[in-house]
Design a protein around this ligand. Structure first.
Ligand SMILES: Cc1cc2nc3c(=O)[nH]c(=O)nc-3n(C[C@H](O)[C@H](O)[C@H](O)COP(=O)(O)OP(=O)(O)OC[C@H]3O[C@@H](n4cnc5c(N)ncnc54)[C@H](O)[C@@H]3O)c2cc1C
Length: 398
């Protein structure tokens, strides 16, 4: 007993994982105070919609997950600009950056991710902008009017959507990807080639296998030099080269951390009464980096922090991408096994590619580019691991 049994349930981080945890803890244990600590000054928002701010299609208020009053109505004590600086699991206390020390009966760590800026020369120049927070999105929006050309570093989900939105605003855009293909985590090599052709058809430049060596400019960024020696003019550089977990708050806490905070399916960390969820956590060694996963994990962490005994169900979550005037769906394995490991329909003229990947005679994954018809059926069939015969006879290739 450490005298904190009646202390609040504290949630560190007010992204989707943290909000879901606070909401679930409140529902499960209405009598226990819940404190939700946010590292940001803005009310919690739909991070995945941040790029809607670029062209003014949305304003920051329209991205809010809940209005201000909602938190008080729910009995959730939301504290903005209150990052946790350190955690003492023995004493069941967190210390805020302000110096305030808070006891907890249970703690949920939901500190999420941060955009990585590669450590190249010139990375600190104004106009070099990562994209993870509302503050980043505001900086990006402010940089657009004075830029005619943009380089987007990173050809993953975020980089592609950013590049597309910037091109719609009239900027001349080049995507620079270090790996040999676009969407390297979501598309197989052929699917990526079909997709890249679609991107180029929109007038967007693509360089793959092309790490950035250096950024240059006086006062603000003016160009990006690739390792090949090519120099690309750039009035702004959007950095979308990946994320790393926010783990600084755990320094010295003794809470086990691998690449992220290690939890089991009940979202428990190695410390008593401490849970973790979302982008900051890896569940039995696995990390998805998806909104839906963070939400589901947050709910389970909140329930269990309030005395529940729930577990997250292992799922194969799909990636849906609607950008570049086309659609991409990717779920499960990108490549099959053996001579009957894949079935493909490809129509290069129309930038269409559909692939089913089979392992052990069962549907283990699918990639759809340009034609996402019947995607719900395809996703369901992968989740159900239907047989090869069933997949092919039910028209999943379209
Ligand atoms: C532009 C964009 C588009 C995206 N599109 C998609 C998509 O289409 N589909 C999809 O599935 N995912 C998408 N994602 C990813 C998705 O947003 C993340 O997987 C999700 O936000 C993770 O939620 P989280 O709550 O774990 O972490 P985060 O959203 O990173 O939130 C963590 C919060 O914790 C705060 N924090 C950090 N440290 C501390 C501390 N010490 N104390 C207190 N608070 C702290 C942070 O400031 C932050 O507010 C996108 C992301 C971006 C940026």
């Amino acid at each position: 007993m450490n005298g904190t049994e009646n202390a609040p349930i504290v949630v560190a981080g007010a992204g989707i994982a943290g909000i879901s945890a606070a909401e679930a803890a409140r529902a499960r244990s209405p009598g226990t105070p819940v404190v939700l600590l946010s590292g940001e000054p803005d009310l919690p928002y739909y991070r995945l919609r941040l790029l809607e701010l670029l062209d003014g299609a949305a304003d920051p208020a329209s991205l809010r997950i809940h209005p201000h009053e909602w938190y008080a109505r729910q009995g959730i004590d939301l504290r903005l600009s209150s990052p946790v600086a350190s955690v003492d699991p023995e004493a069941h206390r967190v210390v805020l950056a302000t110096g305030e020390s808070l006891p907890y009966s249970a703690l949920v760590l939901a500190s999420g991710s941060l955009g990585i800026v590669p450590p190249v020369e010139g990375a600190a120049l104004p106009g070099v902008i990562p994209l993870w927070t509302l503050a980043d999105a505001r900086a990006l929006r402010a940089a657009v009017p004075s830029a005619r050309r943009a380089v987007v570093a990173g050809g993953g989900l975020l980089g592609l959507e950013g590049a597309y939105r910037l091109s719609l605003l009239g900027l001349e855009v080049t995507i620079v990807e270090m790996l040999p293909r676009l969407l390297p985590n979501q598309l197989d090599a052929d699917g990526s080639r079909v997709f890249e052709a679609k991107v180029r058809s929109l007038g967007i430049g693509v360089r793959t296998g092309a790490p950035i060596a250096r950024l240059d400019g006086t006062g603000r960024v003016r160009s990006a030099t690739l390792r090949s020696g090519e120099v690309l003019d750039a009035g702004l550089v959007l950095v979308a080269t990946g994320v790393r977990p926010n783990l600084g708050l755990l320094d010295g806490s003794g809470i086990p951390v691998g690449r992220r905070i290690a939890v089991d399916a009940s979202m428990r960390t190695g410390a008593t009464d401490v849970f973790a969820a979302g982008d900051a956590a890896e569940v039995d060694g696995r990390w998805d980096g998806l909104w839906t996963a963070a939400k589901a994990q947050g709910r389970v962490a909140g329930m269990n922090a309030a005395g529940g005994s729930e577990r997250v169900a292992p799922t194969v979550d799909p990636y849906f991408l609607s950008t570049m005037d086309t659609r991409v769906v990717s779920i499960g394995a990108l490549d099959g096994e053996g001579p009957l490991g894949s079935a493909i329909r490809r129509d290069d003229a129309n930038h269409v590619y559909r692939k089913l990947a089979f392992r052990g005679g069962r549907l283990a994954g699918a990639v759809l580019v340009g034609d996402a018809d019947g995607m719900a059926r395809v996703v369901a069939a992968v989740k159900a691991a239907v047989t090869r015969e069933e997949a092919l006879s039910s028209g999943l290739l379209g």
